[in-house]
Design a protein around this ligand. Sequence first.
Ligand SMILES: Nc1nc2c(ncn2[C@@H]2O[C@H](COP(=O)(O)OP(=O)(O)O)[C@@H](O)[C@H]2O)c(=O)[nH]1
Ligand SMILES: [Mg+2]
Length: 322
Amino acid sequence: MGVLADLLLAQPQARRFGITGPPGAGKSSLIRALATLLRARGEEVAIIAVDPTSPFSGGALLGDRIRMNDMATDPGVFIRSMATRGSLGGLAASTREAIDLLDAFGFPNILVETVGVGQTELEIASTADSVAVVLVPESGDGVQAMKAGLMEIADLFVVNKSDRVGADRMVRAIRQALLLRAGHGGRDLPAHHGVDLKGMSGESDEGSAARRPGAAAAPPSPPPSGWSIPVLKTSAGRGEGIDGMLEQLLEHQRYLEASGELELRRRTRARQRIQEVVERRLARRAREHLAAHPELERWVAEVAAGRSTAYRVAQEVAEAIA
Ligand SMILES: Nc1nc2c(ncn2[C@@H]2O[C@H](COP(=O)(O)OP(=O)(O)O)[C@@H](O)[C@H]2O)c(=O)[nH]1
Ligand SMILES: [Mg+2]
């Protein structure tokens, strides 16, 4: 605990990139290609994959050129997969913590992969400073992406698998949707409630993307107005367009810094972290207090019998641990 607290005293320096989109869109492949480019520039890279559908282990992914094994044994690359299912509430918090730690360890680049299917994933994606939303030619029209809440968090759109037909049409559809949104001020668009993107992936996925209907959280704020969102084509499979994607991600980081937006985002994160840590600590104290309380069984019996209420008990416990 103390060690962790001290480590986190380091000033945040890392570029935090979020790569999100439907399962099978090629997020992992793109991250691998981006990481390879960054390594070629002599920069270290940390990768966090919050994606149960395509783990980073094993196999030749971009033909024979780049094998996952090369990356796994490169000390300049840190790869960590984070479990997702069954840890909904804690996932966003623990991912944020992992990112903060990697930053404190001195990784200049942190790439976070999430499946863009639900509120939690959107939340995680928006903890990155620059978010690339990855779609494929088969992802349906841009309006679908907009409904899914991806428009709100995208700093950059990437149409991957541009080696397939329909990539240009997809690019136009996204641009159109972006224009539409700009015209409407982005305010009166339908709210997103973990819209299922399975049909947008262009892959037959194994039914793994969990839906999160009804997840209530504040919608991520729209991107700042001084940045116009680029829409790029890539083919991770052929290694095309990756340098352009990296260039735009770096450009967005420069924009954030120059506009003061980076500082704002860091403050928002700091506020969130304070809230989280305080809540976690208080929750633990309440649990411990309650578990050891000599009156607990009596309270339980009284509430169960309708002679008292959970609110009364809570009042007493809250006062005791305050
Ligand atoms: N045709 C084509 N296939 C690709 C491309 N990029 C990735 N893939 C393939 O699409 C599948 C899913 O890729 P992956 O990176 O695991 O997607 P993720 O689920 O978004 O992380 C894999 O079989 C990849 O080899 C591409 O640019 N073109
Ligand atoms: Mg993946």
